[in-house]
Design a protein around this ligand. Structure first.
Ligand SMILES: C[S@@+](CC[C@H](N)C(=O)[O-])C[C@H]1O[C@@H](n2cnc3c(N)ncnc32)[C@H](O)[C@@H]1O
Ligand code: SF4
Length: 377
């Protein structure tokens, strides 16, 4: 007992906890996150496995979260009583004295007042809801299970339940979407005054139905239009008082998502559930991306590690630069010392700028963020 207390005390403290809920009301044709259609027969076993995984990880690390993020998949695909069981189990096991942000992702089709009130009462203080578009035609193209009016009603329910920190996800460059339609989506989003907006350019991810259609030539990318829509987004949200604190993320002052910042700043985090990633010190692992296999492995050995990567300090430093540059905090100029030549080339080319202390992406640099980031990894 004494030995375990010492080893726990010597382990890194985990301040950021992710929980992956792999169920969705219906699988969207563009999405490559690990998920499956909701199956009530599997769910109780899955909930118990997550809680057991937490017990096992607590024997290895001190878990004292400042942020918790329930992502997916669709955490709100769980019923109210299943959420109560899981969140209650977490609350019983964790010291939440340092917790400042607890986010849960919801799909508009799975929001109810009863569920929202329960979540708020259990300590969740931030909701991230996938709206994608306020246009019913485009929602159909995206294979979404909800209409625009249902998303609006769900947003009102979240406010009624007392949520004062709400993110809405949007997607642009959707097949068939015009610039005018995107402008309307931006206006309608701003009119609702969410505290945070994530706005993603549609990507054709391998192993999705959209990717298959893209490779068959049925769907096409227009990179000029993507850039135009991205620029319109940056301008419109800035004018409406949102700060673009990361390439795809906009927030009212003080409403940045701290959990996501932890990833971008290269801080340690622990992930529970199938396909969840964890990075602790120089070890990174991904849990198996299969719910039944995950449950079996947790019930047996207590861990469900699939891929394990042993990192070096250099790799973690390069990741901190590549991801840190995506944020408006930029990176310390001293962090760029190993890449002085690349950094100078980007500064001369107008993609990076900065002062003696810090270096940032310029507006033009934001349009080519992936290219810049690749130079540092
Ligand atoms: C886990 S989902 C959010 C919660 C819930 N599952 C939903 O869809 O409403 C995360 C977000 O990633 C974005 N996303 C997923 N696949 C994407 C893709 N291929 N390209 C761009 N954004 C994508 C969507 O905006 C989505 O809302
Ligand atoms: S976008 Fe959301 S609802 Fe759709 S499949 Fe992905 S995780 Fe599930």
């Amino acid at each position: 007992m004494w030995e375990r207390a010492v080893s726990v005390r010597n382990s890194p403290v985990i301040s950021h906890l992710y929980v992956h809920i792999p169920f969705c009301p219906k699988v969207c044709p563009y999405c490559s996150f690990y998920k499956e259609a909701s199956d009530r027969n599997k769910t109780q076993r899955f909930l118990d496995a997550v809680l057991r995984e937490l017990d096992v990880q607590k024997e290895r690390h001190v878990v004292r979260p400042q942020t918790i993020f329930f992502g997916g998949g669709t955490p709100s695909a769980l019923s109210t009583s299943q959420l109560e069981y899981l969140l209650g189990g977490l609350r019983d096991r964790l010291d939440l004295g340092a917790l400042s942000e607890w986010t849960l992702e919801m799909n508009p089709a799975t929001v109810s007042l009863e569920k929202a009130v329960l979540l708020r009462g259990m300590g969740v203080n931030r909701i991230s809801m996938g709206v994608q578009s306020w246009d019913d035609g485009l929602l159909k193209v995206l294979g979404r299970v909800h209409s625009a009016s249902q998303a609006r009603r769900s947003y009102e329910i979240l406010r009624e339940a007392g949520f004062e920190n709400v993110n809405l996800d949007l997607m642009f460059a959707v097949p068939g979407q015009t610039a005018a339609q995107w402008e309307v989506s931006l206006e309608q989003t701003i009119a609702l005054q969410p505290e945070h907006i994530s706005s993603y350019c549609l990507t054709y991810e391998e192993d999705t139905a959209f990717f298959a259609r893209f490779t068959r030539g049925e769907l096409q990318r227009d990179t000029h239009q993507e850039a135009d829509l991205f620029e319109a987004t940056m301008d419109r949200f800035r004018d409406a008082g949102y700060e673009q604190y990361e390439i795809s993320n906009y927030a009212r002052p003080g409403r940045d998502c701290v959990h996501n910042l932890a990833y971008w700043m290269g801080w340690d985090y622990l992930g529970l559930g199938p396909s969840a990633f964890s990075t602790v010190g120089l070890k990174r692992w991904e849990n198996v991306a299969d719910t039944v296999a995950y449950c079996g492995r947790i019930e047996g050995a207590g861990v469900a590690e699939g891929e394990v990567e042993h990192l070096t300090e250099e790799v973690r430093a390069s990741e901190r630069v590549a991801f840190g540059l995506r944020t408006n905090r930029g990176v310390l100029r001293t962090d760029l010392t190993p890449w002085e030549e690349e950094a100078r080339r980007f500064e001369d080319g107008g993609l990076l700028s900065g002062d003696l202390e810090r270096v940032y992406l310029t507006r033009r640099g934001r349009l080519m963020a992936d290219t810049v980031a690749q130079a540092f990894v």
